[in-house]
Design a protein around this ligand. Structure first.
Ligand code: ADP
Ligand code: MG
Length: 231
């Protein structure tokens, strides 16, 4: 019975996935088609030519990024785990957010013990951290207080990293769906960030979960196996 349910779940999420892909790719395709159809009539209009040269590549890039994310989701690379210093990885990831945080007036505080390491695929974990931090930044756009706290706790064989933001939070009904591919509440979101992250963390023998209070903020927990001792 359990196997049957799992199979049905899989089938259902596959159907949802395909429906999502179709929907996501149809939008940019429609706009590319419209541009192509208008071309003969507006060929002599320099403004139109400029528009087409900006929007068409942009829409194609969007399709491309959907397909790339999808590939990550459907067929994650086999993890190559190694001992990774957590504080180091967090710091290296935050460098990528320097400009975004300055522009958006977001303050990020890190409180992680120096000697904490996890056994994980470094590049994959960085991708997950990027997705989580990006979501936190995006969730605080309409908020006057924009703060992210990144902390870590050791529990038995696990290290739990916690990302706490003061963003808009997630509605109870939405919380169940945030790891579904293509679930997004953003006008131009892909809804793939957390789906991909979930997949990656699972493949690396960890777990990821979210607690949230609407209007107050969100906490994302990433639990990972602790570093392996050298033999
Ligand atoms: P996307 O960012 O493209 O919408 P994600 O998979 O990264 O896709 O996130 C799915 C949805 O989960 C978001 O659209 C948002 O509604 C919700 N979400 C994720 N992280 C947060 C957060 N830190 N604060 C509020 N909502 C969040
Ligand atoms: Mg996202």
């Amino acid at each position: 019975l359990i196997e049957k349910i799992a199979h049905k779940d899989k089938l259902e999420s596959l159907v949802n996935l395909v429906a999502g892909i179709v929907h996501e790719i149809r939008n940019p395709l429609t706009s590319i088609k419209t541009f192509a159809e208008l071309l003969p009539e507006k060929y002599d209009n320099p403004l139109f030519r400029e528009k087409i040269s900006i929007f068409v590549p942009q829409e194609i890039e969007r399709i491309n990024s959907i397909l790339n994310n999808l590939l990550d989701y459907a067929k994650p690379r086999k993890p190559l785990p190694q001992n990774v210093n957590l504080l180091n990885l967090v710091k290296n990831t935050l460098v990528l957010f320097d400009t975004i945080c300055e522009k958006n007036k977001v303050n990020i505080t890190v409180d992680i013990m120096k000697d904490l390491s996890v056994y994980i695929d470094r590049q994959q974990l960085q991708q997950v951290f990027i997705n989580i931090i990006l979501n936190a930044v995006e969730a605080m756009e309409d908020k006057p207080l924009r703060e992210i706290f990144i902390t870590a706790e050791q529990k038995d064989g696990e290290v739990v990293t916690i990302f706490k933001d003061s963003g808009r939070g997630i509605k109870r009904d939405d919380l169940k769906k945030i790891f579904d591919p293509f679930f997004t509440t953003k006008p131009s979101g892909t809804g793939l960030g957390l789906a991909v992250s979930y997949q990656i963390i699972k493949e690396n023998n960890g777990s990821i979960w979210v607690e949230s209070t609407p209007d107050v903020g969100t906490k994302v927990f990433v639990s990972l196996p602790r570093q392996r001792e050298a033999e």
